[in-house]
Design a binder for this molecule. Structure first.
Ligand code: ACM
Length: 628
């Protein structure tokens, strides 16, 4: 009998432990205690909450209503089968303004926080405790909407948890932007940095400058690989693109605010300004006829520098430019409630300025010794304009060059160096280094991914610590993933590029540093893949595909090694043009010798005897190139 009781107790613990594996929250909360039992959500479950939280309840109901087929009512009293949402009357200091407690028992659920934001984040966690079918866009029959009993305490590491969305290189509709915000909110992001202007399109209506959207929002539709397109003919229709009216933008801002996402607008100047110059050519130092770029090459990039083949810069020596910017920032500041406006400042080619008499005159008058100081003069003028509208200015780390203007905040993208320098000077910093958070880079090996000039795997994104040693951590506001959309022609490919790396960035931004655990994270990522499958959101399966490294031995023979980001994969390969499967040779940790007359190498990964990666093909020429 004793043995039977011990067996039953051990089974009970086994099953409660087993239920632990069902909890898979991204970003990882500060504290999770699993307790025995579960709460069953059904159509009789009701909310108990104060009026100010109705919006949050509506968003939850819209989310779960599609898959469950029911929406939860609100009742005056808490009790059995209720979800109570409680703003704490005496604040719990350790939760801060965005933290929450979530308690799930067999009978009821309680979320408490110091603010509605905390309640909202508790609700996002609650959704992630439901089975993955909750994400389905149509009603799911036969699933029990069971929530494991648990006690969770949670709060973010950083106040700035952002994604930058470039809608200039390719335009995304208002509905696509809202869907993007929905996904941000689910992973507790709170800032969408909206890159609204660039060489390929001006996307926000400025009522006092109508040509910006009549001319600047439109280019020629091209299909293929951006930056390699032929130049459009003069008579090709310029009908590709679009813009948000100020009414559209108000709707987007409200939608984001309801989900506790602030929107930081970026107007990228003085470089990246071809769309503005095509609209108002006398803003350039070299007035002429300009066209919005359609993805044909117009910049030269070389080791250690770049130059523009077409002048895409605003002219710092032209007073009309500052009148123009005053108009733009007056309307932008009135539209966007967020305290920061981003003025870009990155990658400004100086080759046209160097030749320009007006610039030479400006340098003499203002005692500017080089082009960096010319740009710093411009940034200073922009800072005055933005400050005069009651906003704080942020810029890419190039605004350090020539002297950083007082009060400016820096977004460090060329590594963390600029951020460190700015923080040491007492400026606020957001860390967005290319090395870890550039979500436009390929997520896997170039042999399988749509081509981009650089690669950034999930593991590397997960490894970021935004706070470098030797700086005041209070000045590091947080981090964000940057999504440049040159090669993202549609919403499905945007999703593919963003996920799963935006899981990693969310976790870097929210979760405590000491909770980091790559193996645990990847397990949760795979659980969230199931959620995305149900939600019909695309993501890159690149964690299942190997990276291919090549070297030459002393005799010049090509040797291939493969590496995987996750454990438990076996890589099979061929050199005879046939598709490898699990009957083929497998990589066993020793370099693979490439046969003399080999056909292109093909590879595929398997897990537990089943194919899980994609069939990859790499030419012998490419292997030779990599060996160099
Ligand atoms: C940037 O990536 N040019 C900020």
């Amino acid at each position: 009998m004793k043995k039977v009781i011990i067996f039953c107790i051990s089974q009970f613990f086994f099953f409660s432990l087993f239920s632990q594996s069902k909890i898979s929250i991204i970003p990882q909360p500060v504290e999770v205690k699993i307790t025995p039992g579960s709460f069953l959500l059904n159509s009789a479950t009701a909310f108990h909450a104060e009026k100010g939280l109705t919006n949050i309840i509506n968003i939850f109901n819209d989310h779960i209503g599609k898959s469950t087929g029911f929406k939860l009512k609100t009742v005056p009293n808490s009790g059995k089968n209720t979800i109570s949402l409680e703003i704490l009357s005496s604040p719990e200091i350790q939760l801060g303004t965005e933290g929450y407690r979530l308690q799930v028992t067999n009978e009821s659920i309680r979320i408490s926080a110091n603010s509605p934001a905390g309640i909202f984040y508790g609700m996002q966690t609650l959704v992630q405790l439901l089975p993955s079918e909750i994400e389905s866009k149509s009603q799911v029959k036969g699933t029990k909407w069971s929530i494991p009993a648990a006690q969770i305490m949670d709060k973010p590491r950083f106040a700035w948890r952002g994604l930058m969305f470039d809608v200039s290189r390719h335009f995304f509709t208002k509905e696509e932007v809202k869907a993007f915000i929905d996904n941000m909110a689910r992973y507790k992001y709170n800032i969408m940095h909206f890159h609204l202007t660039d060489d390929q399109g001006w996307r926000i209506e400025i009522k006092s400058l109508p040509k910006l959207t009549e001319v600047g929002a439109w280019n020629v539709k091209k299909t293929g690989r951006f930056n390699y397109f032929s130049a459009p003919a003069d008579d090709e229709p310029r009908d590709y693109g679009g813009f948000y009216t100020q009414e559209d933008m108000k709707e987007i801002i409200k939608y984001a605010q309801d989900r506790f996402v602030n929107i930081m607008p970026e107007v990228d100047v003085p470089g990246h300004s071809l769309a503005a110059i095509a609209s108002y050519p006398d803003l350039s130092c070299t007035p002429g006829t300009y066209k919005v770029n359609s993805g044909e090459q117009f910049m030269n990039w070389y080791d250690g520098g770049f130059s523009a083949m077409i002048d895409n810069t605003l002219c710092p020596a032209n007073e009309k430019v500052y009148t123009f910017l005053d108009k733009v920032f007056t309307e932008i500041a009135a539209l966007f409630p967020f305290e920061y406006i981003h003025m870009g400042g990155d990658e400004c080619a100086k080759n046209f300025w160097e030749q320009n008499a007006q610039i030479k005159e400006l340098m003499k008058n203002q005692n500017l010794k080089d082009m960096h100081e010319v740009q710093a003069y411009f940034v200073g003028r922009v800072n005055n304009i933005i400050s005069s509208k009651g906003k704080k200015m942020m810029g890419w780390d190039e605004i350090l060059e020539g002297g950083l203007v007082k009060g400016a905040s820096v977004m460090s993208w060329r590594g963390m160096k600029g951020g460190i320098e700015a923080a040491k000077k007492g400026h606020e910093v957001v860390m967005t280094p290319t090395t870890h958070v550039y979500l436009d880079y390929m997520q896997g090996d170039g042999a399988i991914e749509p081509p981009v000039y650089a690669s950034l795997r999930l593991k590397k994104s997960y490894e970021l610590d935004p706070v470098p040693t030797g700086v005041d951590p209070k000045l590091i506001k947080g981090t964000q993933g940057n999504i440049w959309t040159e090669q993202m022609f549609n919403n499905r490919h945007l999703e593919y590029m963003v996920w799963p790396r935006a899981f990693a960035v969310a976790e870097v931004a929210w979760s405590s540093k000491n909770s980091k655990n790559w193996e645990g994270f990847v397990g949760r990522v795979e659980d969230h893949f199931k959620r995305f499958n149900n939600a019909d959101i695309k993501y890159a399966p690149s964690i299942y595909d190997p990276g291919i490294n090549v070297k030459k031995d002393a005799k010049g023979k090509l040797l291939v090694d493969v590496e995987t980001e996750i454990n438990g994969l076996t890589i099979y390969y061929s050199f005879d043009n046939s598709f490898p499967d699990n009957y083929y040779p497998a990589y066993d940790g020793k370099s693979i010798e490439v046969p003399v007359d080999a056909a292109p190498m093909k590879l595929i990964s398997y897990r537990n005897g089943k194919p899980i990666g994609r069939m990859m093909t790499i030419s012998i020429e490419e292997l030779k190139k990599r060996a160099k």
